[in-house]
Ligand binder design. Structure first.
Ligand code: ADP
Ligand code: MG
Length: 347
């Protein structure tokens, strides 16, 4: 995009930047990531062409990450890149889509080095191999603020089959993949607010914060099984509330069923009140979904075959069944628990 050179901050930054020009950067670091996708035209045209296979639709999703908000400025650039891509792939997975291509808008402050960009592109290359997606275009800008990275991801889904947030029914079981709370606890480790945790547990949690594992193999297999789904990014309780709201239902969760990693269990044994972080912290990038109780057998089989843990943690109820709260969390003895907040919001 054409820069608004009226802004003195941007002019000053240009003077101090030691980067090669925008087009040289694109050719050197981004064009190789588009080489295998014919419709990207080598990143030498204005736009890309992408068509779904016959009988399919494209599912589109965008998510941005911002330095100081979603990552720390001194985080390894390859991990920043992979997280930026993976948070989008996680949404596609939760919608039942198979990831295909993505676009990258990158806004960089003047003090970023070429090595930083090279490492960033290496991170993308690694995940392109792992998830079989291709870069097909984007935009490269300078910014007077912290680095910001926006990705638009596209995936294929059979026409009309995208798994929606609505569609849950009273009596459905609530399931979640993987383990919950690791990333939010990992962020606490990075902030120094979870001392006394052994080094192995601490590094396992930090790893989950820095590098989400989007459930791309499972997501498309949930079509026909899940009545509603989303990925857990704001926090388990907040995201479950999203399903409740669009389905006009309530949900009850049994706290003791929420799947925890050993590292999270270690953190909770030191600090039991961190259960609030686990249930409301977010950044899990697991799939939360509802399904009829009769789907349980098929889900167990899928879980085994794909090696993705799937755990039943509660059930959907009609709003009039419970105590008027949309989400109830029951402790071991069946008593409702109260939480100060259910998830992350920006403003
Ligand atoms: P325009 O002048 O039309 O805005 P640009 O000059 O911004 O286009 O970009 C030229 C080409 O390079 C386009 O194909 C665009 O998609 C691609 N491109 C620019 N930045 C990136 C990026 N960060 N990642 C991938 N492709 C990019
Ligand atoms: Mg152009």
């Amino acid at each position: 995009m054409h820069p608004a050179s009226l802004f003195p901050a941007i002019e000053a930054m240009k003077a101090t930047s030691n980067l090669p020009g925008e087009f040289e950067l694109i050719a050197r670091y981004f064009a190789p990531l588009a080489a295998k996708f014919p419709g990207a035209y080598g990143l030498l045209d204005d736009a890309a062409v992408i068509a779904p296979p016959p009988g399919h639709e494209l599912v589109a999703k965008t998510d941005a990450i911002v330095g100081g908000v979603h990552f720390f400025d001194d985080d390894p650039p390859d991990l920043i890149a992979r997280k930026a891509l993976r948070v989008n792939l996680s949404d596609l997975a939760a919608k039942g889509a198979v990831p295909r291509a993505y676009m990258l808008d990158i806004m960089l402050p003047g003090n970023v080095s070429e090595q930083w960009i090279a490492a960033f592109a290496r991170g993308l290359a690694q995940d392109q191999g792992e998830y079989r997606v291709h870069l097909i275009g984007g935009d490269t800008d300078s910014t007077p603020g912290p680095a910001a990275i926006a990705i638009v991801a596209f995936g294929d889904v059979a026409a009309g089959q995208m798994i929606r947030r609505c569609g849950a029914r009273a009596g459905d079981t609530v399931f979640v993949t993987g383990t919950i709370g690791d990333a939010a606890l990992g962020l606490e480790v990075l902030r120094g607010t979870l001392p006394n945790l052994d080094a192995n547990a601490a590094s396992a949690l930090v790893d989950r914060y820095r590098l989400p594992r989007p459930r791309v193999t499972l997501g498309p297999r949930l079509i026909g099984l899940a009545s509603a789904a989303l990925d857990v990014s704001d926090g388990l309780l907040a995201d479950l509330r999203h399903i409740c709201e669009v389905s006009d239902l309530a949900a009850v969760i049994e706290e003791c069923r929420v799947p925890l990693s050993r590292a999270a269990q270690a953190a909770l044994s030191i600090s039991p009140e961190r259960i609030a972080t686990v249930l409301a912290g977010g950044d899990d990038y697991e799939i939360l979904f509802t399904a009829a109780p009769t789907a349980a057998g098929e889900l167990t089989e899928l879980s085994r075959r794909l090696d993705v843990p799937i755990t039943a943690i509660g059930r959907m109820e009609s709003l009039s069944d419970g105590d008027g709260h949309q989400i109830r969390v029951l402790d071991e003895s069946g008593h409702p628990r109260a939480f100060a907040r259910s998830g992350w919001t920006h403003f």
